[in-house]
Design a protein around this ligand. Structure first.
Ligand code: HEC
Ligand code: HEC
Length: 357
């Protein structure tokens, strides 16, 4: 008995080595698997574009520089203390690290601040998609009572002129008769935001560099696709391209532990608040997942603290699946490959104009 087992082991060892001698070497085999995964990923995702400039609007250096100054400028807000960078901060990857943002006079906003990186590429802005472009988003924040709290466009324009912004607006919009305007304020901020793209190792992978992702990240990418995550999180921004119900298998707050949004005990109904259409109840814009590892806490209300937990919640609420610890670890590895560098021009705080006497 013992002998025959030994003999069998000998045979299989021989046939294995013959097989290896005849077939492609192991490295080539995994190269082939990588190629299949790269091709598959390219059907669902895209590398970030080199620029997100709008047609007919050049991102001229003067416009981007003005937009950057205005992004960091706090003196335009009604309490003088709040600018875009307060809630979209370089130190927190273009977010603010809070569950819910805090606006003027300490007012708490109803939602979590997403990163501003790559947002110019999303189908619309805000969780409810109530702003079409980054320019419109900036425009509407000026008179919002929670954000800038100004009472009129003229008030904003007067402030900007008093603060010494006229030369910067003139340089950015030389052909305009009235360069200091809230329209140009929004366009300049939009131009700056359109430069905030963050290519990452995943883009290298999509372009054919199989070594750009770790083994776990590749397994995670495969699971991200096969589990069904990429059904909603796809495209160049890995999300941000459709509205979907949050909580398909059950009410989201039972799993996220969210607190009600209003005194009546109602929860945030997403796009419904903007359209008042029942069909939009609990529909949210699918967030982009670029840089998601760097922007906790998660979901529209910051109700979940960690990325592994957010991944588990998603699988349960959106797909009715329970992931193993290994699945979660690998998907998180993949999501980490979506972290790009903070754009150099964003990390350095600009010099702001000094108000003329
Ligand atoms: C008080 C904090 C705060 C300030 C100040 C602020 N934001 Fe935001 N921002 C938020 C929050 C919260 C959201 C999410 C709103 C929603 O989805 O309903 C948001 C959403 C956005 C979005 C949409 C992102 C996405 O993924 O849909 C963009 C773009 C943006 N802000 C840019 C700006 C710019 C530009 C400024 C300055 C003009 C600014 N924000 C000022 C908190 C702030
Ligand atoms: C049916 C569509 C759908 C599917 C499938 C889906 N998601 Fe989501 N995902 C969403 C929506 C919508 C949100 C926003 C929910 C909210 O904040 O209100 C979201 C939010 C997230 C967030 C939080 C992002 C942030 O910045 O707060 C992560 C992380 C995430 N999804 C990962 C995944 C993973 C991993 C899978 C697969 C296990 C997955 N999603 C499957 C629609 C989907």
């Amino acid at each position: 008995m013992k002998n025959s087992k030994l003999w069998l082991a000998g045979v299989s060892a021989v046939s294995l080595s013959t097989l290896f001698a005849l077939s492609v070497p192991l490295t080539a085999l995994s190269d082939n698997n990588d190629k299949v995964l790269i091709d598959k990923a390219n059907t669902l995702f895209k590398p970030l574009p080199a620029s997100s400039a709008l047609e007919n609007t050049d991102l001229t250096p003067n416009r981007v520089a003005l937009g950057k100054a205005l992004f960091f400028e706090t003196r335009v807000s009604s309490d003088g203390r709040l600018g875009c960078a307060t809630c979209h901060n370089p130190a927190f990857y273009g977010g603010d690290s809070l569950a819910l943002s805090v606006g003027i006079h300490g007012k708490v906003l109803p939602r979590n601040a997403p990163t501003v990186f790559n947002t110019s590429l999303l189908m619309a802005q805000h969780y409810g998609g109530n702003r079409a472009t980054v320019e419109e988003q900036a425009f509407k924040s000026l008179l919002s009572p929670l954000a800038y709290g100004n009472t009129s466009n003229e008030q904003v324009e007067t402030k900007l002129t008093k603060l010494g912004y006229l030369p910067l607006f003139k340089a950015a919009y030389p052909a305009d008769e009235k360069p200091v305007s809230v329209e140009n304020w929004s366009k300049a901020i939009g131009a700056f935001e359109r430069t905030l793209l963050t290519p990452s190792p995943f883009d290298k992978f999509l372009k054919g560099d199989a070594q750009a992702l770790s083994k776990n990240a590749k397994l995670g990418l495969e699971k991200f696709i096969n589990t069904g995550c990429s059904g909603c999180h796809n495209g160049a921004t890995v999300g941000g391209q459709s509205y979907q119900k949050f909580g398909i298998t059950q009410d989201y707050w039972k799993v996220t532990g969210s607190t009600p949004k209003d005194a009546l005990g109602g929860y945030d109904k997403g796009r419904f608040h903007d359209t008042k259409n029942e069909a939009d109840a609990f529909m949210f814009k699918v967030p982009q997942l670029r840089n998601v590892a760097m922007t906790p806490p998660y979901f529209h209300d910051g109700s979940v603290d960690t990325l592994p937990q957010a991944v588990r919640v998603m699988a349960q609420l959106q797909l009715g699946k329970q992931l193993s610890d290994e699945d979660v670890m690998q998907i998180v590895s993949f999501l980490e490959s979506l972290t790009g560098d903070i754009p150099a021009d964003f990390a350095k705080v600009p010099r702001l104009p000094v108000a003329p006497h």
